[in-house]
Design a protein around this ligand. Structure first.
Ligand code: SOE
Length: 387
């Protein structure tokens, strides 16, 4: 019989919704499922928020006491979807209690906390994972397969961007995402870490970086009500304002240990860009292009194609491609954010059942945090900074 894994979800906001949906849907896509996740308890800051999340997201119970819940013997998975400054304390407690832990990105709000989380993971028998879902987009997984098979030769150049515009309006509220003490950093931690994770996944470890960081909007109206609504937040030009102490944008050059070079950019102030994650990878025998806003598609150019057919071709991902066995039976029916989270849930449950560590686990995500910290450092010093 397929094993049931009881889930405690900590945080019932946007990411809580994405993870709860994935627990419900994963066995509908991947069958036989490695395990059946059971939505046992959801924890939020107030009774009302926790009870609403329980009813909406299909959990048995609601609670406001995360510590009691992660120590309960009937919980197998602790899933952390809180703001960044709470990740370390919850994850370390859960690992000590013998749980498997999946944590939203970035790993933590400081490098010290990230190191402590990786140490706690090392000392435990738990399976850990950090929710860098974009590497699980089938087209990105296909890019990884082509690179690993040598289809574009040796990678020489990686260009990665993550551009959004939900915070480009100066009257958008000062949510926790603009406060260093909670978020740790701005665009770097929030979305730049996704690109660093993709760079590590596709090309390998980054050795050193040089960055320009900018904060364009120095103050924002203080957020009314406790809920971060991202782009759907109400704007207000006459509310009291407070300081933004994180970066709005990072632009950087990177060198990989392999000798490849590249660039990483992240901005939440790029009007017209929504979830514009782009990858352009050049190898000695071809190139790969990906744009998340067209995520069913992977563009590839193989230099050894006949001269009269050379050029980028578009592959629509489907059953012939990574994760195709679980997704939709016809290419281009549509891959969405949900599918990336369902695949993430599948890989996490599979690793738990196989007794292995998925990628990226806490140890690997620590490398991403080290690069993020080097970008912040370089933004201040203007120098190349080693990882
Ligand atoms: C906001 O920039 C955000 O919600 C990120 O925090 C997520 O990681 C990203 O996937 C979508 O945008």
């Amino acid at each position: 019989m397929t094993k049931t894994l009881n889930v405690a979800l900590i945080g019932g906001g946007f990411m809580g919704k994405a993870h709860a949906m994935a627990y419900a849907a994963m066995p509908m896509f991947f069958w036989p499922a490695p395990a059946i996740p059971h939505r046992k308890v959801v924890v939020d800051l107030t009774d009302l928020a926790a009870q609403e999340a329980r009813d909406r997201f299909g959990f048995d119970e609601a609670s406001t006491d995360w510590k009691a819940i992660v120590n309960r013997s009937d919980i197998d998975i602790v899933d952390i979807c809180t703001p960044n400054d709470a990740h370390a304390e919850i994850a370390i407690e859960a690992l000590k209690a013998g749980k498997h832990v999946i944590c939203e990105k970035p790993l933590a709000s400081t490098l010290e906390e990230s190191i402590a989380m990786a140490e706690a993971a090392r000392a435990s028998n738990g399976t850990t994972m950090v929710a860098f879902n974009y590497r699980r987009t089938p087209a990105v997984a296909l890019a990884k397969k082509f690179i690993d098979e040598g289809r574009i030769g040796d990678v020489i150049n990686f260009r990665g961007t993550y551009l959004q515009d939900w915070s480009a309006d100066p009257d958008g509220p000062l949510s926790w995402r603009f406060q260093k003490k909670i978020a740790g950093s701005g665009a770097i931690g929030d979305i730049g870490t996704h690109v660093i994770d993709l760079a590590h996944h596709l090309v390998g470890p980054i050795d050193n970086v040089q960055a320009i960081t900018s904060t364009y909007i120095k103050t924002r109206p203080i957020q009314q009500g406790g809920v971060d609504k991202l782009g759907a937040s109400e704007k207000s030009s006459d509310a009291e304002r407070a300081e933004v102490d994180v970066d709005d944008e990072v632009i950087s050059m990177v060198r990989f240990k392999s000798g490849a070079v590249g660039s990483i950019e992240a901005s939440r102030n790029a009007w017209g860009r929504n979830n514009f994650i782009t990858l352009e990878i050049h190898g000695t025998k071809g190139s790969i292009l990906f744009n998340y806003e067209r995520r069913d598609e992977l563009q590839v150019m193989f230099a050894d194609d006949p001269g009269d057919a050379r050029g980028f071709r578009t592959i629509y991902t489907g059953p012939a491609h990574p994760y195709g066995e679980g997704l939709w039976p016809i290419p281009a029916l549509g891959i969405g954010y949900s599918e990336t989270k369902i695949i993430e849930c599948y890989d996490f449950c599979k690793a738990i059942m196989d007794g292995t560590q998925p990628s990226p686990n806490f140890e690997e995500a620590l490398l991403t945090e080290q690069v993020a910290e080097a970008l912040i450092r370089s933004g201040k010093t203007g120098l190349w900074e080693n990882i």
